[in-house]
Each structure stands twice: as C-alpha cells, then as structure tokens.
Design a protein around this ligand. Sequence first.
Ligand code: AMW
Length: 127
Amino acid sequence: MLRFGQHLIKPSVVFLKTELSFALVNRRPVVPGRILLSSVSMTGACALGKSRRSLVCFRGQDGPEAGQTVKHVHVHVLPRRAGDFSRNDDVYEELQRHDKEDSPDKWRTEEEMAAEAAILKKYFQEN
Ligand code: AMW
C-alpha cells in the first residue's frame, strides 16, 4: 500500500512508481484519462496525455483555500480534447464543483480503476 495523504492506495491502481513518486488513476475523473502524480514526472505525463487526447492540462492545488483535499503533494493531469466542454474554461468550474461534492457513491470501483491502471502501466512499459 502507498500513502496518498489520508488515503491508502492499493498497488492495483498505481501505474507508475519511481524512487520518489508514484502515479495513480483518479477514483472520480472529471475527464477520461485524468490521473494523479504524487510528485512530478511531467515529461512522461505530457507524452501520455498527448498520445491519448489532443491536449493536456496540468493542475495543482496547494492548500485547502486553493481546493486541495488530499494533503500530499500531487498534480492532476487532465487530457483535453476540442469541444469536451462547451466553454473551454468550464473545466475549472467543474473541477471545483466535483471535488466539493464528492461522496463514495460517485467513485469508480477498484476493478474499473485497476483496469485503467493496467492500460497505463503497459503504455509506460512500452514507451
Ligand atoms: W485535490 O482536491 O487534493 O487537488 O485532489 C485530490 C484528488 O484525489 C481528487 O480528484 C480525488 O478524486 C482523488 N482521490 C482522492 N482519494 C483517492 C483515492 N483513494 N484513489 C484515487 N483518487 C483519489
């Protein structure tokens, strides 16, 4: 198990691990392919985001006033695609609402998360 702030993360949802960082799939992605990096591996994440979607957005929230809910340094990687939100910047409002209105019934199952993590793990092994 890995610690992610107040959460214990099962190895099945982690798709990349280095000496100082790990990357996991989000239990509640705002856009398909949204992932979390426990510390920054920007080059790999950028390549991954671009390979799967047309653009990629990085988001970090430092402190509760900035919307941070997990007390562990992390960055969100959100693959973006033209037209995924009717107004492009609506993604930021959706992110704010999303994390405020979190509850267990909205989370993906461990199986769903593990399936996505397996695809991403394979991608990193091959690239
Ligand atoms: W923050 O609001 O701290 O910038 O982001 C925390 C993110 O971590 C949220 O998007 C939330 O969905 C995600 N998250 C929280 N706990 C877990 C978990 N156990 N597994 C996967 N994602 C998680």
